[in-house]
Design a protein around this ligand. Structure first.
Ligand code: S3P
Length: 172
């Protein structure tokens, strides 16, 4: 059993992932945290020292490793499904759930977040809204390939269970 939560930065993947993992008695893994542990550096350090392209290589490698773990809920990085054939790998190895949140809400959440995110560092609210609009246009194509989609991260967990009806297909 593997569940991948995907969606834009700030959509609530980690919070939902923790709740869902407890509810289903699975291990929770935050993919960014996993990359940091494996590389002994923080995400901002990797971006600053090696650039985004190398971060994406490390992200792909992390995904390849995680796709062999069993009984996990993974909160993926916001860009993870949008590079290489990562979304295919996720769909092949588990159940993918896209948390589709309104861009204006994403912008508010990101402005209030304490997590350092290299791609949006230092942006004003207007710049952030424009950046979200622009990147979502490119990313939606990948996010929409998720097997399931929800529109709020604080969804009732039994609703998710029903949605993915995991008991009927325990192989994934
Ligand atoms: C990124 C999202 C981040 C992190 C990195 C790049 C992105 O993860 O992987 O800063 O490209 O959207 P979160 O979605 O957990 O913030």
């Amino acid at each position: 059993m593997r569940i991948y939560l995907i969606g834009y930065m700030g959509c609530g993947k980690s919070t939902l992932g923790r709740r869902l993992s407890e509810h289903l008695n699975l291990q929770f893994i935050d993919m960014d945290h996993y990359i940091e542990m494996r590389n002994h550096r923080t995400i901002p350090q990797i971006f600053a020292e090696e650039g985004e392209a190398e971060f994406r290589n490390k992200e792909r490698k992390a995904l390849e490793e995680l796709s062999e773990f069993t009984d996990i809920v993974v909160a993926t990085g916001g860009g993870a499904p949008c590079f290489f054939d990562n979304i295919d790998l996720m769909n092949r190895s588990g159940k993918t759930i896209y948390i589709n949140i309104d861009p204006a809400i994403l912008a508010d959440r990101l402005l209030n977040s304490k997590i350092e995110r290299p791609l949006i560092k230092g942006k004003s609210k207007d710049e952030l809204v424009a950046f979200i609009d622009e990147t979502l246009k490119k990313r939606n194509h990948f996010y929409k390939q998720a097997k399931f989609e929800i529109t709020q991260p604080d969804i009732d967990l039994s609703e998710i269970e029903k949605l993915i009806s995991w008991k009927s297909n325990p192989m994934q």
